[in-house]
Design a protein. Structure first.
Ligand code: HBI
Length: 96
């Protein structure tokens, strides 16, 4: 069973990744990415999908054309865990 992030770990996470915001009413973080077109968005999602499979930790996401909304939380912890921090790091890399 993976544990939830502490208050301090959350502050560290959110200051390290300021584009990620807490989701209202959920213990989750979310960020929206905008790409030049669908092809770029799709390439990003493909890279994230591979990282998610490798980590066995998967995002909740929504895509329309060049926009990808990503939400991270850990079902097994019923909230944010270090798995979300790690995946957010991979997602930031995949968006470069
Ligand atoms: N992804 N976001 C998220 N949260 C989980 O708890 C999770 C997951 N992907 C796979 C996974 N858990 C498996 O470890 C469990 O379903 C067995």
């Amino acid at each position: 069973m993976v544990r939830k992030l502490s208050e301090e770990e959350r502050e560290t996470f959110l200051s390290r990744y300021p584009e990620w915001k807490m989701v209202e009413g959920r213990d989750a973080v979310s960020r929206t990415f905008k790409f030049s077109d669908f092809n770029e968005a799709w390439g990003f999602m493909s890279r994230v999908a591979l990282a998610a499979e490798k980590a066995d930790h998967h995002p909740e996401w929504f895509n329309v054309y060049n926009k990808v909304e990503v939400t991270l939380t850990t079902h097994d912890a019923d909230g944010l865990s270090e798995r979300d921090v790690a995946l957010a790091g991979n997602i930031e890399e995949a968006a470069k």
